[in-house]
Ligand binder design. Structure first.
Ligand code: 6PG
Length: 240
């Protein structure tokens, strides 16, 4: 497993641009004879990265080969302001020529979360059944001030899940909306490249612990690994 690398950028905009360039580089390094998979992160930090993918790097991305997935989603309608899909739609998807059938949104429009989780897992398994390898090419993740990532929250038993790829989650009350779907640790770790996007002074302390202490369920982001690259792109405010 690769050691984590830390890349500090002046501000969230520079962080986003650099992250977009890194994603493009990794996609170009992949073999040209297979589909490409990119897992999008939610929250607010990735927005500049998505905008740069849609503008600065628009012509560099092989959109016709790219498939989009999500690491987690709030269980809200797709047009809800809290929707991670909605943020990606407005900053990226509606601005680029990616085939609509390549955009695999987590189903949050009505089915019970347990049913939605099974449905999304089936979508993922169908995608990888057609591949020779079950790794995502690039997985983007954010991190909360409590060290959560995707919708994997501190000391949640789901962190011990080893079989399921997608699970429903009840987030802590301080993280509304609390009903969520999330990829599990083993599923997220089946990624060639993991890129954390972290900005803000509130993230500095958990990031310092994650980079210097042994992994712990108290800091779920510390449980994330990758097979080729584990990169932290942070702004100056979050610099440990
Ligand atoms: C979510 C995200 C979550 C996010 C962190 C950081 O659905 O909320 O997946 O894990 O990445 O909470 O969020 P910010 O980027 O907004 O700080």
């Amino acid at each position: 497993m690769p050691d984590p690398t830390l890349h500090v950028h002046p501000d969230p905009e520079a962080l986003g641009r650099a992250a977009a360039g890194q994603i493009v580089q990794w996609l170009h390094e992949a073999p040209a004879d297979r589909p490409l998979s990119l897992v999008l992160a939610g929250g607010s930090t990735p927005a500049p990265c998505y905008r740069h993918l849609a503008t600065t790097f628009r012509d560099a991305v092989p959109w016709h080969r790219l498939y989009l997935f999500w690491g987690d989603e709030r269980v809200v309608p797709r047009d809800d302001p809290a929707s991670n899909f909605r943020m990606a739609l407005h900053t990226l998807i509606q601005h680029v020529p990616i085939p609509p059938e390549h955009v695999h949104r987590m189903p949050t429009d009505g089915a019970p979360p347990t049913v939605a989780a099974r449905a999304y897992e089936a979508t993922l398994r169908a995608f990888f059944d057609a591949q020779s390898d079950d790794r995502f090419d690039v997985t983007l993740l954010g991190m909360g001030a409590d060290g959560h990532t995707a919708s994997l929250f501190p000391n949640d038993p789901i962190l011990q899940e080893r079989e399921a790829w997608v699970c429903p989650v009840e987030a802590p009350s301080y993280m509304t909306p609390t009903r969520r779907l999330t990829l599990t640790v083993p599923r997220l770790n089946r990624s060639r490249h993991v890129l954390f996007l972290v900005a803000g002074e509130a993230k500095r302390a958990p990031l310092r612990r994650i980079l210097t202490e042994p992994p712990t369920d108290a800091l779920p982001a510390s449980r994330i690994q990758a097979t080729d690259t584990l990169a932290w792109f942070v702004d100056a405010a979050a610099r440990p």
